[in-house]
Design a protein around this ligand. Structure first.
Ligand SMILES: Nc1ncnc2c1ncn2[C@@H]1O[C@H](COP(=O)(O)OP(=O)(O)OP(=O)(O)O)[C@@H](O)[C@H]1O
Length: 328
């Protein structure tokens, strides 16, 4: 295997947070004798990502995803373990590595609010020592891929959320990083803008052979972009493998959808599986894979059906179960 683009080896981060009781007395006590609470945000996480791979990084709120991304981009020093990106230690913040990676956070912005996007791009070009003629060429190319050429002369504050996020991506990629860490890059965007961002990330990866590690609460992002997923929960790695394997392992059931000819009570379906929707003409059931053929035969025999279809359960459902379980 080629040298990994990203490596996490027993990567761990513990935060010490000072705790203070409420009120004046609490504040006084806080000065005299400080109490600390340990938060083990990331606990011995191991993974390797090959150059050109796109990996979805999943976990419920507070699982340790952002902390891991911050350790991999040199913003936070690991308490123990090793982080390597393109063979280098990100926390040393060597210029050669900083020129090769980027961290895009959907909830943070780097563009200057009151200035046109182009002005922020000039700043970035200067920081990364890209001659302006070259930066202009790259801006034109990325703006075309993102469909934001028209808005670059407008102040950032006047852009829609979707336009702003695309401009943020443009700014984050002006130095053509080969390793992209993306933390919720489609956060809050409408469906069309989400789709545009996904398409762009795909095109960028294909054009530049980039490696992507991305978190998203939108499973559509993960399904569209990632072949492999890493799942963490309470700072520990729960799963690392193909997206399909996650469904196999955590969702040994299929989703059966029915359209009835006549409404039936929800209770009529409880014995076939887990009822997700019922009570009218539409019914959705989660049925264990081993029982599937028998259940479908019974449903056909017992109900007058307009339609019946069997699918993999929605990924949201599977992920929800993984998180709820919390252990493999
Ligand atoms: N700077 C910090 N100081 C103290 N605790 C922190 C700090 N940063 C994160 N934490 C804590 O570490 C844990 C993991 O947080 P992190 O932001 O990495 O999770 P996450 O998986 O990215 O969650 P989300 O999906 O909500 O963004 C949380 O309990 C959080 O409160």
């Amino acid at each position: 295997m080629a040298a990994p683009a990203v490596l996490a080896e027993q990567l761990s981060k513990t935060f010490l947070v000072a705790e203070k009781d409420p009120g004046f007395a609490g504040t006084l006590r806080h000065f005299v004798r400080r109490r600390y609470r340990r938060i083990e945000a990331v606990r011995g996480v191991n993974f390797e990502i090959a150059p050109g791979e796109v990996v979805g990084f999943l976990g419920p709120n507070g699982a340790g995803k952002t902390t891991t991304l911050k350790m991999l981009t040199g913003l936070v020093q690991p308490t123990s373990g090793r982080a390597r990106v393109l063979g280098r230690d990100p926390y040393r913040r060597e210029a050669a590595l900083l020129r090769s990676l980027t961290l895009v956070m959907g909830n943070k912005q780097q563009l200057i609010w009151d200035l046109p996007v182009l002005d922020s791009l000039r700043v970035n070009a200067a920081v990364y020592e890209i001659p302006w003629a070259e930066a202009e060429r790259r801006t034109a190319e990325l703006a075309e891929m993102l469909g934001v050429a028209d808005v670059l002369r407008q102040p950032v504050r006047k852009l829609s959320l979707g336009e702003r996020m695309k401009a943020e991506l443009l700014a984050s990629l002006l130095h053509r990083p080969r390793v992209l860490f993306l933390d919720e890059p489609t956060l809050g965007l409408d469906v069309n803008a989400q789709l545009a961002v996904r398409r762009f990330l795909k095109a960028y990866r294909e054009r530049y052979g980039a490696t992507l590690l991305l978190t998203s609460h939108y499973m559509a992002d993960i399904e569209a972009l990632a072949e492999r997923v890493i799942v963490i929960h309470e700072g520990r790695l729960l799963y690392d493998g193909p997206l399909g394997g996650l469904v196999e392992r955590f969702a040994p059931f299929k989703e059966v959808r029915l359209v009835l000819a006549r409404p039936a009570a929800a209770a009529a379906f409880a014995r076939y599986g887990e009822v997700e929707e019922a009570g009218g003409l539409r019914v959705r059931l989660l049925v264990e894979k081993e029982r599937l053929t028998a259940v479908v035969a019974e449903l056909l025999a017992n109900f007058e059906l307009r339609d019946l279809s069997v699918d993999e359960p929605p990924l949201e459902e599977v992920i929800g179960r993984v998180f709820a379980k919390g252990a493999v």
